[in-house]
Design a protein around this ligand. Sequence first.
Ligand code: SF4
Length: 266
Amino acid sequence: MANSKIEWTESTWNPVTGCTKISLGCKNCYAERMAKRLKKMGQPNYANGFRITLHENVLEYPLHWKKPKTIFVNSMSDLFHEQIPDSFIFKIFDIMKQAHWHQFQILTKRSIRLKKIAPKIDWPKNVWLGVSVENESVKFRIDDLRRVHAAIRFISFEPLLGPFASLDFDNIDWVIVGGESGPRARPMKKEWVIQIKEQCIVQNVPFFFKQWGGINKKETGRLLDGRTWDEMPTKLINLGKEIEHKKVPHLTDEQNDDFRTSKVAI
Ligand code: SF4
């Protein structure tokens, strides 16, 4: 498990690494940059660089992480990439179901494959599913997402590359917005961010503003109109209350307390 610097998660788990570009949002892919760097450093999981690679050996890792975590699945790939066999995707879902004390977050741009495979999956309650939507041309991903029976459905508008005048958040539980960061970051206009935030307020959907981005994201920060926006899915509170009554067998009483509190407090 690697601790993550991503503002909306805690850890990452990469049973698959590598990907190929599918839309404009991929242009300056962070995972590609990292994979190339890790290959040069001799990291064995990245011997193939950014080519799709399945890692059977890490599949069971979450079962050994005893402390409950929020885990971003495949931060270095796209779980619904066409080169990942159905059977491997099912194995990943099976592990997530067994590791019920964690919350797993999946984010994809491959909503067309997601739509096809989703009915074959028994969606565990601890799995959140999101789509990345960078501009109007890929807005159809939101429609694909809302049809999937995931416990929590979310949209990541990152890197936000254009305006969204009219969004329908029916069946959507959470919205994240962020600007691109890194050496070739493309600009994000404040009015685009406000436009999405206002639609979240009107439609009563939690809004999380991740960052302005740019070449130096520490400098630009994550304040929007003088404050941070860190809202989380309200459904999670109910989910936490359900879990509250369950004791995770391998945890001590103290760890079970931590677990309950973290879920209810979010
Ligand atoms: S889908 Fe994600 S991981 Fe794959 S190339 Fe695009 S940005 Fe990178």
